[in-house]
Design a protein. Structure first.
Length: 151
């Protein structure tokens, strides 16, 4: 048989005719349930779902996974995103405006702490374990004991 020519089996003929039927049933809208985006004639799905299928292998929206043990910087970014800037709050310990989020290590059990890459700073991935503090109160809070028992 010459190169590029193949014998069409019954299964191949059936799949080609099914493809032609599906192409003729294209309504011009995405075939994914709940999507009303326009679709090109050849794919029968919109561009959003086409690229999502290529990227993830599914038409469903895949949300990013939130890690239980984020890095030190990611944990602090999470606090800013969830609770806003510390500058919008008053200090927990005094009436001054707060400047940053402070890890409330005295009320969080030690077995829930995470440590920074250099091992010098404890933190947690839970944004509720941080309190807004001014610099003076944060130093005073942490100086009670170096991450041990409170004085």
């Amino acid at each position: 048989m010459p190169r590029g020519v193949y014998e069409r089996t019954e299964a191949i003929r059936k799949s080609i005719s099914e493809a032609k039927k599906n192409r003729s049933l294209n309504t011009g809208f995405c075939a994914v349930p709940g999507c009303n985006n326009r679709s090109p004639q050849r794919t029968n799905i919109c561009e959003v779902h086409y690229y999502r299928m290529r990227r993830t292998g599914s038409y469903d929206e895949v949300l990013p996974v939130r890690l239980d043990a984020p890095s030190y910087r990611a944990a602090h970014s999470r606090v800013d995103r969830d609770r806003g800037s510390a500058r919008d709050h008053l200090c927990t310990d005094c009436p001054n405006p707060a400047l940053h989020w402070s890890f409330a290590w005295r009320r969080v059990p030690r077995n829930e702490w995470l440590w920074s890459a250099d091992g010098a700073r404890p933190y947690t991935g839970n944004s509720g374990d941080y309190e807004a503090r001014c610099v003076r109160c944060a130093i005073r809070y942490d100086r009670g004991d170096v991450y041990g028992t409170p004085t």
